[in-house]
Design a binder for this molecule. Structure first.
Ligand SMILES: [Ca+2]
Ligand SMILES: [Ca+2]
Length: 416
């Protein structure tokens, strides 16, 4: 490798360039900044201090300086502040821009798992610069969400999780929490421990808290039949449905409240084939939970399998298309009519897909399926989670419409 030595007798900033040209006449150039007789300045953030935490809505004051071995203390005009918002693994630049020795901003709420990286860049008279950065993080607290009885899914900030679950969030942040009005086993929402409505906004307090959604046995009719139905939670759900309809207070209860998912735990393997071969699958499920759409709550843990059965009742006649997304694997079966014996696979995931992405594999999407309005078609979804992420969504395209997750209002509970 050729080496070249250059001497720069005058102080200043030099940009030596190296150009290489190949036999075909194509060339490339690289350059380098060389400052002769000068050293770079030292940027230093004096405030906020590393590790300092701020509440959402609080004013954050920042202050800094830079000393240059050649120029001495640099003027405010040579100090530029910038902010980089870290959101999960994403970076958003230009979260803040300012010039000077000091300034302030109000700490905004960008959601959980976020913080601002505040940087000061000092540039001396020769164009040499240095940078100092500090993380500006919100004051964090842990909120635990529980349900009585435990295990029911609750929604925190738009995502559903099985209870109990914990979230790290920020003091003074506002978040939406939601408890379904109806849950599996004939349960009705009763109250939140903070006294809020089933769906309400919380302002995150200064310390860790537990928020509990309490459920009670549903309509009176369900209580009367509870004993007979004890061995069959699905049957109990149907009777609950009938009981709810007879209770004037619950006449608006939508049919989907009885749509149930059956869950088996401790299931080995990462495929549906492995799932359906296990002894567990041929026994009673470990738990049941209600669904409001063909979408499973995420964060359900590892090594479990789910079966959802019911009837699809199309709102209009015509050609429908179906699609499924899952991690680790999911399959959608549809009957030619209401008889489970006439089911066939219309869509499945050959390998894990990203959440809500239906274009990864051709097998994920069905061809056109002709359905008649008001008819009941048996529908079954099988899902297997091994480890890491879990998700399942089943979407459809009604005639002349866009893709949407199949809502519970088009589904009826399975009848044995
Ligand atoms: Ca300098
Ligand atoms: Ca997984």
């Amino acid at each position: 490798m050729p080496t070249r030595h250059d001497a720069y007798p005058e102080d200043g900033l030099y940009q030596p360039r190296l150009t290489v040209t190949d036999a075909a006449g194509l060339s490339a150039t690289a350059s380098l900044a060389v400052a002769v007789g000068s050293e770079q300045p030292a940027a230093e953030i004096l405030a906020p201090e590393a590790g300092a935490r701020f509440r959402i809505g609080e004013t954050v004051s920042f202050r800094g300086r830079a000393v240059d071995p050649d120029d001495g203390e640099l003027a405010g005009s040579q100090l530029v502040w910038s902010g980089i918002l870290h959101h999960n693994e994403h970076l958003h630049y230009d979260a803040l821009q300012a010039t000077g020795t000091e300034g302030s901003f109000v700490l905004a709420d960008h959601g959980d798992n976020t913080f601002l990286e505040l940087c000061l860049t000092a540039t001396d008279s020769q164009g040499l610069s240095s940078k100092d950065c500090v993380d500006v993080k919100p004051v964090e607290v842990t909120y635990t969400f529980a349900a009585l009885p435990a295990g029911l899914p609750l929604t925190y900030n738009g995502s559903r999780y099985f209870t109990p679950f914990q979230v790290k969030t920020y003091v003074q942040a506002r978040r939406l929490v939601e408890a379904p009005l109806r849950a599996a086993g004939g349960l009705s929402f009763s109250s939140w421990s903070d006294g809020g409505d089933a769906v309400h906004e919380i302002t995150v307090g200064d310390s860790d808290q537990v928020l509990t959604a309490r459920y009670t046995e549903g309509a009176e009719a369900a209580d009367e039949t509870g004993e007979a139905a004890a061995g069959s939670p699905l049957l109990a759900a149907e009777e609950q449905e009938a009981g709810a309809a007879a209770d004037p207070g619950h006449t608006s209860t939508p049919a989907w409240t009885a749509l149930q998912a059956e869950r088996w735990d401790g299931v080995d393997g990462d495929t549906l084939e492995a799932f359906t071969r296990t002894p567990q699958y041929h026994n009673e499920p470990a738990s049941l939970f209600a669904l409001s759409a063909l979408e499973l709550p995420r964060g359900g843990g590892t090594h479990y399998g789910v079966r959802i059965r019911g009837y699809l009742v199309p709102p209009q006649s015509g050609d429908y298309r179906f699609a499924i997304a899952a991690d680790d694997q999911g399959a959608l079966f549809l009957g030619l009519d209401a008889d489970p014996a006439h089911k066939r696979v219309v869509a499945y995931t050959p390998a894990p897909t990203p959440a809500g992405v239906y274009e990864q594999f051709v097998e994920q999407r069905s061809g056109p399926v002709t359905l008649e309005a008001g008819q009941r078609y048996y529908i079954e979804v099988l899902y297997k989670q091994a480890d890491h992420k879990d998700h399942l969504t089943v979407a459809w395209q009604q005639p002349g419409e866009g893709w949407a997750v199949i809502d519970g209002r088009f589904l009826e509970p399975f009848q044995r």
